[in-house]
Design a protein around this ligand. Structure first.
Ligand code: SF4
Length: 431
C-alpha cells in the first residue's frame, strides 16, 4: 500500500537516474534511507527529482500547510571567548563593534515584541567571558515578568556548556548540564534553539571551530533538555570545509538520537516497532489513522524531542574562511531536500529565510521545507545579502511568499501549535 495520499503526492514522471527509483520506493513505503542512499541523492545529476521526493515526504507530513511565526531575535552580546574561523559575528572586548545588551535593554525589546504580538523570543549570543550565571537567570526572569505569555527559546548547546562552566558545574559532567538546564527552565526558558551543531565531525571541528564543544557534547545537551521535557531544534552548517559524507553522518547522528527519544511515543501510538529500532514519521493522514506528529504533552511523550532541522548554508563574508565560495542555490536546495529525506523522524524542516533569502525559501517549500521561521526583526549573526542587522519581514510578506509557493500559511507558536490571532492578541488553538 502506498503511504502517500495520491492527491498530495501523485506518481512522479520517469526520472533521469534509475538509482533514484529504489530510493523512491523506500520513501513511498516509509523505509529509512541509509548513508549510501544519501550519497546517491548528493551525486545524482537529477536534483529536481531529489527535491520532488522530499516534497512528497513534506506533503505526506503536513499536506499544504506551511508554518511561520511572529518572533523577535535578540543577540544579547557578540563578545565571545572563542574565535571560530567561520564566525563573522564574534568580537573581543574593546574591539570595534563589540556590544553587550543590559537586562533592561533586553526587557525593552521583549516588551516591544509582546506589544507587536510576537509569540516567541529567540535569544542567543557569544560565550561572554565575564557575565555571571546569575545574570542569565535574572534576565530570563525579567523577560518572563515583562511578557509572561511569550515563549523564550534561548541559548545554543555551546552556550549551555559555557554556563555549566561559569556556574562551576563543569566537573559534574552530564549531571551538571542537567542542573544548569533545570535552573534555566525554572527561570523561564521554554526551549533550546538548534545552533552550534555545525558539522558533527572531529576533523572539521578541529580545523574550523576548535575550542567549541564536539558533536557528542552537543548531543548530550539536547538529550538532557529532552529528558527535562524541553523541545529543541537542530542545525547543520554546511558548505565550508566539510565533505558531503560528513554532512550525512551528522544527519545520521541526529536521527539516531531522535529514534531513542521517540521510541516510547511511537509505541503508545501503536506504530509497529521496526527491527532496527528506527521511528520513521510517515504522516498523520493516511498511514497512521488518528495519529498525529509528535506534539508536546501527547500520550507516550513525556520528554521533549527535536522538532525541526534547519540546514544553514555557510556564508564566508568577513570570516577567516573568506576565501571559500558560498554554496550554490542548487546545493542549498539539494541539501535541504536531503535533510528532509534522511531525517525521517524530524517533524519539521525549516527554510530559514534570513540565510536562504525569501525567494529561495519559497522554492524550498517545494523541496522539503514546511516552515519559514518568523518575522525576526533583528538578526546579528549572519545573513545572505546586504549590510546591517535589521532583518525584518512582515507577516504579509511571509504569507504571500507561502501562498505564491502554492501552500497555505499557518501561524504557529514555538511548539508548532496553531495560533489564533486578533491583531496583537493571540492564543493557541485548542485543536
Ligand atoms: S561561532 Fe559562537 S562560539 Fe564560535 S566565535 Fe562565533 S559566537 Fe563564539
Amino acid at each position: 500500500m502506498s503511504l502517500v495520499a495520491d492527491e498530495l503526492a501523485p506518481p512522479l514522471p520517469p526520472g533521469r537516474d534509475s538509482r533514484l527509483e529504489t530510493i523512491e520506493d523506500k520513501v513511498r513505503h516509509g523505509v529509512r534511507l541509509n548513508e549510501s542512499d544519501g550519497m546517491v541523492l548528493y551525486e545524482t545529476p537529477d536534483v529536481h527529482r531529489v527535491m520532488a521526493l522530499a516534497d512528497l515526504v513534506r506533503r505526506r507530513l503536513h499536506g499544504l500547510a506551511a508554518y511561520y511565526n511572529i518572533n523577535r531575535h535578540i543577540n544579547y552580546s557578540n563578545i565571545c571567548a572563542l574565535s571560530c574561523s567561520f564566525c563573522a559575528f564574534h568580537r573581543k572586548k574593546d574591539q570595534e563593534g563589540a556590544y553587550e545588551k543590559s537586562t533592561e535593554d533586553i526587557v525593552r525589546d521583549v516588551q516591544g515584541a509582546a506589544a507587536a504580538g510576537a509569540t516567541e523570543i529567540h535569544m542567543v549570543g557569544g560565550l561572554h567571558p565575564w557575565l555571571p550565571f546569575e545574570w542569565y537567570l535574572d534576565t530570563l526572569r525579567a523577560m518572563k515578568a515583562a511578557a509572561p505569555h511569550i515563549h523564550i527559546k534561548a541559548f545554543t548547546a555551546v552556550e549551555i556548556v559555557h554556563l555549566q562552566r561559569i556556574s562551576k558545574r563543569g566537573a559534574q559532567g552530564y549531571a551538571g548540564i542537567t542542573s544548569v538546564l533545570h535552573d534555566l527552565l525554572q527561570a523561564g526558558l521554554g526551549s533550546l534553539p538548534g545552533g552550534g551543531a555545525e558539522v558533527f565531525d572531529d576533523r572539521v571541528h578541529d580545523a574550523a571551530f576548535k575550542g567549541k564543544i564536539r558533536g557528542d557534547h552537543w548531543l548530550d545537551v539536547h538529550r538532557a533538555a529532552h529528558e527535562l521535557g524541553l523541545n529543541t531544534n537542530a542545525t547543520i552548517l554546511y558548505g565550508h570545509i566539510e565533505q558531503r559524507p560528513e554532512r550525512l553522518h551528522h544527519m545520521q547522528l541526529l536521527r539516531q538520537q531522535q529514534d531513542h527519544t521517540l521510541r516510547a511515543w511511537s509505541a503508545a501510538q501503536g506504530m509497529q516497532p521496526s527491527s532496527d529500532g528506527s521511528v520513521v514519521l510517515t504522516g498523520p493522514a493516511e498511514c497512521y489513522p488518528n495519529q498525529r506528529l509528535p506534539m508536546p504533552g501527547q500520550l507516550g511523550l513525556s520528554t521533549g524531542y527535536f522538532q525541526t532541522i534547519i540546514p544553514l548554508p555557510f556564508y564566508p563574508n568577513a570570516s577567516e574562511l573568506e576565501r571559500l565560495p558560498a554554496p550554490t542555490g542548487l546545493e542549498n536546495l539539494r541539501t535541504l531536500a536531503i535533510a528532509r529525506l534522511m531525517l525521517d523522524n524530524f517533524p519539521h524542516v525549516k527554510a530559514f529565510w534570513v540565510m536562504q533569502t525569501l525567494p529561495m525559501a519559497e522554492l524550498m517549500l517545494n523541496a522539503g521545507a514546511d516552515d519559514m521561521d518568523g518575522t525576526v526583526v533583528w538578526y546579528d549573526i549572519t545573513k545572505a545579502v546586504g549590510e546591517g542587522n535589521h532583518q525584518e519581514t512582515t507577516v504579509g510578506d511571509l504569507t504571500k511568499a507561502i501562498s505564491d509557493a502554492g501552500f497555505q500559511p499557518v501561524e504557529r507558536d514555538t511548539l508548532y501549535r496553531r495560533v489564533m490571532r486578533d491583531g496583537a492578541a493571540w492564543r493557541v488553538a485548542s485543536t
